[in-house]
Design a protein around this ligand. Structure first.
Ligand SMILES: [Ca+2]
Length: 384
């Protein structure tokens, strides 16, 4: 009897230690971003995830959003070179949204009014999609994977079922393509964390006061977001405009980071612009690492207006009681941040040595593990 009790006790202890070992495993994540650069919210969110020793970044998939995909791919590769993490694959994703076009957007504006921020399509700095202007931080020598983002996402979640969190910091085109190719995709992940959407932001005087439900990531590819927000994710966490605009990338924050002499701190000191930008994506990444940074959240049901009328691309939100009779999964929507705590968390991460870094690459880099740059498609006059 005593022996049996001992055997049970040993089995329980073994199970507990296995569970503990599992929780200590680095958390796998794929970072889907519109990686505009150098520095800026997209790349700084990638840095948050890379700088955390808790995280195993399986890859960075890049989608057109704030800039066109190809220049974003180069900004991401170059940053990885400068911080010594060229082992993390960069994977090209969608160049165009599923349905939205530049021409269609111009027609929409004639009817319903101007959209001030259109990412890569903003008239003041728009250029053809496959042109990469010179990078101030230098051109990367490393290359992206030959695989496309949707297939990479699918391959990873099949390789590590239920272990990979999808971090989405840009338009959701790549995720919608993965779901369309394999409807089991969302269920095979550990969950979705995204920056996007706008519920009821308190933003007097800003663009969000006039158009409170328009947020760029969902607006840029409404049909993709519509597909993604209906997929059966095990969990969804949303960092909307409401909470992002409670942050600010101040000169003080940048000054504190610049005092560290690490490659990440040097990169930010040189290229980041402080003083006026919210920390959109950085907050989404940081709150995934430490949910204690969020002071208030609410469970809502989200969708996007795909009716192609005046509200095309706007965020739609319901409570459990008033949601429509469709299969929308619940979303944990962050509404308030502990801004001081978040700033400290961010500065701490940005001033630490980069985990698993090799010697940062300057300008004499060899290729990235034999990865070859895919041939550039012919110049494309406009979104078809
Ligand atoms: Ca982004």
């Amino acid at each position: 009897m005593r022996i049996r009790r001992h055997v049970i006790m040993i089995a329980v202890l073994m199970a507990l230690s296995c569970a503990q070992a599992r929780t200590q495993q680095p958390r796998k994540v794929i970072i889907d971003e519109d990686a505009a650069g150098p520095a800026g919210t997209d790349l700084q969110a990638i840095l948050v995830l890379i700088q955390s020793p808790q995280v195993d970044p399986l890859g960075i998939t890049v989608v057109t959003g704030d800039q066109w995909r190809d220049e974003e791919v180069d900004h991401a590769l170059r940053m990885l070179e400068l911080i010594g993490r060229t082992d993390i694959p960069v994977v090209p994703g969608a160049v165009f949204p599923l349905l939205r076009t530049i021409e269609g957007t111009k027609l929409w504006e004639q009817r319903y009014g101007k959209v001030s921020y259109q990412g890569a399509w903003t008239p003041q700095w728009m250029h053809p999609p496959f042109v990469v202007p010179p990078l101030v931080e230098g051109s990367p020598k490393t290359k992206p994977l030959r695989e496309d983002a949707a297939h990479f996402l699918l391959r990873m979640v099949h390789q590590y079922p239920h272990q990979v969190t999808i971090f989405e910091g840009g338009p959701m085109t790549d995720l919608a393509l993965a779901i369309s190719l394999d409807p089991g995709f969302a269920r095979l992940t550990q969950g979705l964390v995204f920056m996007g959407g706008s519920i009821n932001p308190q933003a007097a005087g800003s663009e969000f006061a006039r158009n409170p439900q328009r947020e760029f990531n969902l607006w840029f590819d409404p049909e993709a977001a519509h597909i993604v927000l209906r997929a059966p994710w095990p969990s969804i966490t949303c960092t909307p405009v409401d909470v992002s605009i409670q942050t600010l990338f101040t000169r003080e924050i940048l000054g504190q980071i610049a005092r560290a002499k690490t490659p990440v701190a040097r990169y930010l000191a040189r290229y980041a612009k402080a003083g006026k930008d919210y920390m959109w994506d950085e907050l989404a990444a940081a709150a995934w690492l430490d949910p204690g940074l969020i002071a208030e959240e609410k469970v809502l049901y989200l969708d996007v207006d795909v009716s192609h009328g005046p509200g095309y691309g706007n965020t739609l939100a319901w409570t459990r009681e008033d949601r429509p009779d469709t299969a929308l999964p619940p979303v944990h929507v962050q509404l308030k941040v502990d801004a001081e705590k978040f700033n400290r968390f961010f500065v701490h991460l940005m001033t630490q040595p980069t985990p698993r870094a090799h010697r940062p690459r300057q300008d004499t880099a060899k290729g990235q593990g034999g990865m070859l740059r895919p041939p550039r498609p012919p110049k494309h006059p406009a979104n078809p």
